[in-house]
Design a protein around this ligand. Structure first.
Ligand code: ATP
Ligand code: MG
Length: 360
């Protein structure tokens, strides 16, 4: 009997509702081509409409409801006219990251054939690296506060928290990734020349981890020069690992270098597999173009490919990415406006699904 994966699908708001069906369509095509099955349950959490009805983004028992699925396939949240942005983010995605201990945020950055990079003269092959962001601690702690409020001695402090477990587990994940890639190169982002307590600790743990991976060439870059080099010499990177804040910055800058935000995928991963991991495009709900059927579905579809890889369906994952690249390169008539075409979300999704089926 073929394997059956149970997937929770959460479209969310705005273009999330338009691109998720195309992602599901491509997953179905990949399943059929590779002889496995999906059992899909769709949830209406985490959207503005749910918030209006319930006064919260998720039901109180969301961990029990979602915890048994093999993965979560997520669209986008945010409808600022109705729900303040921080409510939709803290009320849903950040709950998942912490509640399901998704301590790795992974973003592949690759310039695909058929896509123009905003960096002049860049060719596919020049930009092909992975950004691994620590997703649960670091600079994004809620420890701190204000004193002397309202006086001219007003003072505000917010702490960075690094734990040995938290730092080591994301480094280990990144080194494992680097060890499995042909170039076996890892760069860790730091700022130990300016941040004198936490960042030297991060360097120390990275140096210790590097000793356990003799096949991986590891080096560090300070975050300021690292951002410059992403733009000037992206070809020198293979796996880049960073703390929560630095990783947040790099994982937006990287995909921007590789073309439109509409194509970039991401994964929030629980590597220990005690809880489901979550796969979502990098872009948000894009209220400015929602409802017009012109959103680019590639970020969602590529996120689906990452989900297939996580489930162990490596051949299917590779085929979905290959199909995306073939269609972007050879079918200009189906490209969406952000890629310079005049096609629709549905047209581009259908073309990729057909390519998955044909390429089998
Ligand atoms: P968030 O705060 O959720 O990260 P945002 O509001 O910062 O999101 P997006 O919703 O990603 O940003 O939109 C940023 C810009 O990119 C908008 O102009 C939007 O129309 C465009 N955009 C985002 N996603 C897509 C897509 N899939 N296809 C085409 N254009 C997109
Ligand atoms: Mg937004």
């Amino acid at each position: 009997m073929s394997h059956r994966y149970r997937i929770a699908v959460i479209p969310g708001d705005g273009i999330g509702r338009e691109v998720v069906p195309e992602g599901v369509r491509c997953l179905a095509a990949a399943a059929q081509a590779h002889g496995f099955e999906f059992e899909i349950a769709e949830f209406d959490f985490a959207c503005a409409d749910y918030w209006l009805r319930h006064g919260e983004m998720l039901p109180p028992d969301w961990r029990e409801v979602l915890g048994g699925y093999d993965a979560i396939f997520f669209g986008a949240v945010g409808w600022p006219e109705v729900v303040p942005d921080h409510v939709s983010l803290w009320g849903s995605l950040l709950q998942f990251r912490r509640g399901f201990d998704q301590y790795v945020n992974l973003r592949p950055v690759r310039l695909l054939r058929g896509v123009r990079s905003p960096l002049r003269d860049r060719q596919p092959g020049d930009i092909d690296f992975l950004v691994v962001r620590e997703n649960t601690e670091g600079e994004y702690s809620s420890i701190g506060g204000r004193i002397f409020e309202g006086t001219d001695r007003e003072t505000v402090v917010q702490e960075t928290v690094m734990t040995r477990i938290g730092v080591d587990r994301v480094l280990r994940y990144a080194f494992d990734l680097a060890a499995a890639r042909p170039r076996k190169h890892l760069t860790w982002a730091t700022k130990s020349n300016g941040i004198s307590i936490t960042m030297p600790y991060w360097d120390e743990r990275a140096t210790a981890m590097a000793q356990r991976y003799p096949d991986v060439t590891a080096d560090k870059d300070h975050i300021d020069i690292l951002t410059a080099k992403f733009v000037l010499r992206p070809q020198q990177y293979d796996v880049v690992v960073a703390s929560n804040l630095f990783g947040d910055i790099l994982s937006d800058l990287g995909p921007a270098c590789a073309g439109t935000i509409g194509i970039a995928p991401s994964a929030n991963i629980n590597p220990d597999r005690t809880w489901p991991s979550l796969f979502e495009p990098v872009h948000g709900s894009a209220p400015d173009i929602a409802g017009r059927g012109i959103a680019n579905p590639v970020g969602q579809i590529w996120s689906g490919a990452m989900m297939l890889g996580h489930l162990g369906e490596l051949a299917a994952a590779a085929q979905v990415v290959a199909a995306i690249e073939t269609v972007l390169d050879e079918r200009p008539e189906v490209l969406t406006p952000d890629l310079g075409g005049s096609g629709t979300t549905e047209g581009l999704g259908a073309a990729i699904a057909a390519e998955i089926t044909a390429g089998e």
